[in-house]
Design a binder for this molecule. Structure first.
Ligand code: CTP
Length: 404
């Protein structure tokens, strides 16, 4: 899990957005983090400490002392790998800016030796007030990171800027900014995903059922491993929440070829797109009208992007492809491995239950010149992590990376 063993201290202040901390903590725990909570007295009005304590599996800290026991703010501040104050009310914002220390949360913040992140939450007019702006710029000067507010529905019933970021957005922000691994730092990875659409006329196209889920999962895994990732995607509904992961949308095999060729300097290339092998020789300018019993569309071969990249591979580069087969699966995959001069091929069989298009799970076999590794049916995110681990192992073996 991405946040395994990471210690996150959540600070909650008095704002209606405090209800979102329930989801936030739940998601952090699911991502593997250890969570502790410190909240202001006012925050208690918006979210129950009991719920937060159950979810975080820890005692919630509110007062300087409880049952004759002193709450050690220094220890709490030093325990955390990261402190996230969410929501940050206008009142606490001004106190952080001033260095005030009239509650436990402020004392913990002042004692924190880890990075501090704030997610402000206030009504639009308060957010735009010069005092709030000045306080925000002071926090930035102190080295505090801010998760930008959203534009949306506000507690006042108005709509505008000042709405706290959603819990999922905050978690992606934290992972991206503070918790990406450095395993592949300095390395560039090119991934393709999804289908391609080959136009017959302005209305129709030839496409396939690829959802892009596997390619997106792979791109995110490489991104979290620290690589610079370029994801070239055909038309899909998939989106990534990681802002630094660059996604280039294309429609056709020809467009995908050109974008991939521009990025052929990547250290690792993983082609999971279901690229059309044929495209209409002519795309009609106008919608083709019904006429007679038959319609013939002449198709011509598209360029094989993977074969182009595999055969032009530079020393040290690692090129992996996918093979989607319905019969003689392993034999066909091995033929593609050799023909396209790949470092490895990842075989999907449509005959396997839990594998293939549009599904959330997959079942693959990784094949290279040294052997095969069959992976059990798992969610595509898990499969992506294991493919990454396999590629990393081979990449390191080949001395592409400095050994740690
Ligand atoms: N591929 C590609 N460009 C193409 C066709 C395929 O880059 N024009 C890549 C796919 O992204 C995949 C691999 O080649 O990584 C194998 O694709 P697949 O459809 O399984 O095989 P094909 O080579 O197209 O052969 P066939 O359709 O005959 O099985």
């Amino acid at each position: 899990m991405v946040l395994n063993n990471k210690k996150i201290l959540i600070g909650i202040t008095g704002s209606i957005a405090a209800y979102k901390s329930i989801i936030l903590i739940r998601l952090l725990i699911k991502a593997g983090a250890e969570v502790k909570v410190v909240m202001t007295d006012a925050a208690r009005e918006f979210v129950s400490p009991l719920v937060l304590s159950v979810l975080s599996k820890n005692k919630v800290h509110i007062l300087w002392h409880e049952q004759n026991e002193w709450n050690n703010h220094v220890a709490l501040g030093r325990w955390a790998d990261l402190m996230l104050i969410a929501p940050l009310s206008c009142n606490t914002l001004s106190k952080l800016a001033a260095g005030a220390c009239d509650n436990l949360l402020l004392a913990v913040y002042l004692s924190a030796t880890c990075p501090v992140v704030v997610a402000p939450s206030m009504d639009e007019d308060m957010w735009h007030h010069p005092a709030a702006k000045k306080n925000i710029s002071l926090l930035k000067e102190y080295g505090i990171t801010m998760i930008d507010v959203n534009n949306g529905e506000l507690a006042s019933g108005l709509s505008g800027e000042g709405r706290m970021a959603e819990p999922e957005e905050m978690i992606h922000f934290l992972i991206e900014r503070f918790f990406r691994s450095t395993q592949l730092k300095g390395k560039k990875v090119l991934v393709t995903a999804g289908p391609t659409y080959e136009a017959i006329d302005p209305v129709r196209f030839i496409g396939n059922r690829s959802s892009g889920k596997m390619g997106f999962a792979l791109a995110e895994s490489f991104y979290l491993a620290g690589a610079e990732v370029v994801l070239v995607s055909g038309p899909t509904h998939q989106r990534t929440a990681y802002k630094g992961l660059s996604v280039i949308q294309v429609q056709t095999a020809e467009q995908m070829f050109h974008v991939c060729d521009e990025h052929r300097d990547a250290d690792i290339i993983v082609m999971s797109a279901a690229v059309a092998d044929y495209t209409p020789s002519i795309t009609a300018n106008q919608k083709i009208k019904k006429n007679g019993d038959e319609l013939n569309v002449t198709l011509r071969h598209t360029k094989d992007i993977l074969q182009h990249l595999g055969t032009n591979k530079r020393p040290g580069q690692f090129v992996a492809g996918f093979a989607l087969e319905t019969e003689n699966e392993k034999e066909n995959a091995i033929l593609k491995l050799t023909k396209k001069k790949l470092d490895c091929i990842i075989l999907n069989s449509l005959n396997d239950e839990g594998a293939g298009f549009e599904k959330d799970t997959n079942k693959v076999t990784i094949i290279d010149q040294k052997g095969m590794l069959e992976l059990a049916t798992q969610p595509k995110q898990e499969i992506a992590k294991q493919i990454l681990a396999y590629i990393m192992m081979r990449f390191t073996e080949n001395d592409h990376l400095p050994k740690q």
